[in-house]
Structure formats: structure tokens, C-alpha cells
Design a protein around this ligand. Structure first.
Ligand code: SF4
Ligand code: SF4
Length: 379
């Protein structure tokens, strides 16, 4: 990342995934950052890292739209660099091919002749930071440059997911659950995500905020047309601008705050040059944030005191549950159980509120349940 570009975020309005429109918009944003050639040189091996959380149609707004990836890949190739697309999709246990197919990535990759790499199968490289150990996907570590293409979504654990959180996907799937287990507090988990960002930072981030997700994201919220694209060499600044757009204070988003404090980028918009659209013109005043956000923002000592009366926890809507057992398999602490073919049940004494079950349920059957007082309080 070049220092003089760290604080520039390009912001463009874009209301369509039409390939020509996308190419034009992205190209003009990159020009405002000095051009793609500032980041990519001929002969480089470039990894494009989208957000492929689950095997869903891109119009559900859970995953990065494949046309975003196609547009960027074409530009990278035009500069004479090689490109592969990789991620560690959620639900990889049920087959990565299903994720590539359902998210539209397989068809796009075939059309554009791009190799798709699954981090589950590509091997890992161990890296340490302050005594903490991380196993990062080899294609990410070995790439000459990473272009991250996150999706703008709310997140019940970290309030929002964007540029910084997208790098958590560099950890292959089955290892991700362990990090949740070892770091149940949102701030501790955010530190894990920031560690990964610092070990393997993207050279460039281009956010798909055309069709975003509001409500209880990252998978059970509601698609919302926000009609925006953001690009920056500084993922922290990009997330800060995205947070402001949807009505979150960047310093309340744990990933942004921790990354900014660690000097990995600028986590407040006053330090950022926003080019293209004006922030004031694109703020969304009625964007629905997560229903548990007040609990995440409260001081921990207060949460402990009010805990018996004001609680927020996962629960299952029986009528939506297909009894697939994905939530049971994804719970890092065994707080969900039940034989296959039955609706799983929770052991709330074990539950660490990591929200993995909520994130990975393919049927939106896991919801954010709240006590009566919590509902009052949050409202
Ligand atoms: S709650 Fe969701 S993940 Fe769990 S068994 Fe039901 S459908 Fe599957
Ligand atoms: S029950 Fe859900 S929220 Fe609780 S620990 Fe398990 S996966 Fe996490």
C-alpha cells in the first residue's frame, strides 16, 4: 500500500450490475486513486478475494456479486497480470462447488476463463503476531497482490462487515470456528480479524455496496439497494466511510476501531479524502442496523448487571427450519444439539453468542431473540 493513498476513498453511485456500467464506474474510481497500474504491474499474480459467505444467489445480498469480480479481473488482465479468485466459503463442508455454482461465481469464471481456488484445499501457511498464531490460505500469502471485493452488510457480532472483516476469509473454514470459540467477545474476535488484515493486507479494496444488506446480517438481513461503490488502498478508511453511510459511528465498529488504533489505516472520516460522490449526499438515514446493536455498544459491566433481564440470544423459528443440522455443526462450543431430522435445541449456558449459527443457517431460521426489556431498551 502506498502511503500517500492511504486516506483516499473513492465513492461512486452505481445502481446496476450491468458489466459495461460496472467497468466504467470502477475504472473511473480507480483513476481517482491513481489508476489500477499504481497497484498492479505486468506479470504479477493477483488474488481477488470476494465475500462468499454462503451458497446463495447474489441477489440475496449475502455474497459479492460475480459481475464485480469479472469487471475487476478483466482490468487486472488488461495490465498483463495473472488473476485467480479465491475464498473459504461458509458451508464449505457441504461442498465448495455448491457455493461457486449458487453464487454465480462458477458461471462467471467459466465465461471469463478465470481459475477459482478454494482455500479449503489450497494449504495454509502459519504466521504469528504477538504470540498469536494464524493459518492463512497459501494463495493469499503467495499472491503478489490481493484485491479484496467485500460486500457491505450489517453483522450481528461486529455491527457491520466490509473491507476489514472480508480478510477473515483467508482462514480456511474449519479453523474459523476455533477463533470464534477462543475469542467470544466481539472486541477479541475483532482483534483476530485485524491481526489477519495486518498479516495479509489487500493492496486494493473495492466494495460492492450496490445491493447491500440491512437488518440482522450478514446472512439473515434484508437486501437493500444502496447503489454505491467504494474503493481505496486503505481498508480501514473504506470501512469508516461505509459505516458513516449506513449510520454507524466508525469508532463503535470494533474491527475499524482496533485496526485504526493499530495504525493500519484511518478509522475516522475526518482523516479521509473522499473523492467522487460527497458523503453528505449518500448518507442513508433509514438504514436498518442489527437488532442487538445496543447490547454490543453497552459497557460490559452493565451487561453483566442487567443480564438476567436484558438478554439477546439466538433462537430458531421452527416453521423455517429444514432440520439440516448446519447450525449444530457450526457451533464452536457444542451449545446446539439434536439428532439429524429434528429441530436443534440450545444450551444457553454454553452459548457464547458468536452468532455462527445465525450466520450459517441456510434457511434464515435462526433469529435474534430478545427479552421484553431488551426490546424496550433497544428501541
Ligand atoms: S436452524 Fe437452520 S441451520 Fe439449524 S437445522 Fe434449522 S435450518 Fe438447519
Ligand atoms: S448457539 Fe449459536 S451463538 Fe451460541 S455459541 Fe453456538 S453458534 Fe454461537
Amino acid at each position: 500500500m502506498s502511503d500517500d493513498l492511504r486516506s483516499i476513498v473513492a465513492l461512486a453511485s452505481c445502481s446496476s450490475y450491468d458489466p459495461d456500467i460496472l467497468s466504467r464506474k470502477i475504472s473511473s474510481m480507480l483513476d481517482q486513486l491513481g489508476g489500477l497500474a499504481t497497484f498492479i504491474r505486468p506479470g504479477m499474480k493477483v488474488l481477488i478475494k470476494p465475500n462468499l459467505l454462503s451458497a446463495k444467489d447474489p441477489m440475496r445480498a449475502i455474497t459479492t456479486h460475480p459481475e464485480m469480480v469479472a469487471a475487476v479481473a478483466r482490468m487486472v488482465r488488461d495490465l498483463g497480470a495473472e488473476v485467480v479468485v479465491g475464498d473459504s466459503p461458509g458451508g464449505a463442508k457441504r461442498g465448495v462447488a455448491r457455493v461457486w455454482n449458487n453464487t454465480g461465481m462458477a458461471a462467471m469464471a467459466k465465461r471469463e476463463n478465470i481459475e477459482l481456488v478454494s482455500f479449503e484445499a489450497s494449504g495454509v501457511v502459519e504466521h504469528k503476531i504477538d504470540g498469536r498464531s494464524y493459518f492463512l490460505a497459501k494463495p493469499a500469502v503467495e499472491a503478489d497482490a490481493i484485491i479484496s471485493i467485500p460486500k457491505l452488510k450489517t453483522h450481528v457480532l461486529t455491527l457491520m462487515t466490509g473491507a476489514i472483516k472480508n480478510m477473515f476469509g483467508l482462514i480456511p473454514g474449519f479453523r474459523k470456528a476455533n477463533y470464534h470459540k477462543q475469542h467470544p467477545k466481539p472486541s477479541d474476535f475483532a482483534q483476530v480479524v485485524v491481526d489477519i488484515l495486518s498479516l495479509c493486507p489487500p493492496q486494493l479494496t473495492i466494495m460492492d455496496a450496490i445491493l447491500a444488506m440491512e437488518g440482522d446480517g450478514p446472512s439473515s438481513g434484508t437486501p437493500r439497494w444502496t447503489n454505491l461503490l467504494l474503493a481505496s488502498a486503505d481498508p480501514v478508511a473504506l470501512d469508516a466511510v461505509a459505516a458513516e453511510i449506513i449510520g454507524l459511528r466508525p469508532d463503535k465498529v470494533p474491527t475499524t476501531k482496533i485496526a485504526s488504533d493499530a495504525g493500519l489505516g484511518y478509522g475516522w472520516v475526518e482523516a479521509v479524502d473522499i473523492v467522487g460522490e460527497r458523503l453528505a449526499d449518500v448518507r442513508i438515514h433509514d438504514f436498518k442496523l442489527t437488532s442487538n446493536r445496543m447490547m454490543e455498544l453497552l459497557p460490559k459491566f452493565l451487561v453483566k448487571i442487567i443480564d438476567p433481564y436484558v438478554w439477546v440470544r439466538p433462537a430458531i423459528t421452527s416453521s423455517d427450519c429444514t432440520k439440516c443440522n448446519t447450525c449444530v455443526d457450526s457451533c464452536p462450543v457444542g451449545a446446539l444439539s439434536g439428532p439429524k431430522g429434528e429441530i436443534p435445541s440450545f444450551d444457553y449456558d454454553k452459548c457464547i453468542n458468536c452468532w455462527c449459527c445465525h450466520e450459517l443457517c441456510p434457511s434464515k431460521a435462526v433469529f435474534v431473540d430478545q427479552s421484553w426489556l431488551a426490546r424496550k431498551f433497544i428501541r
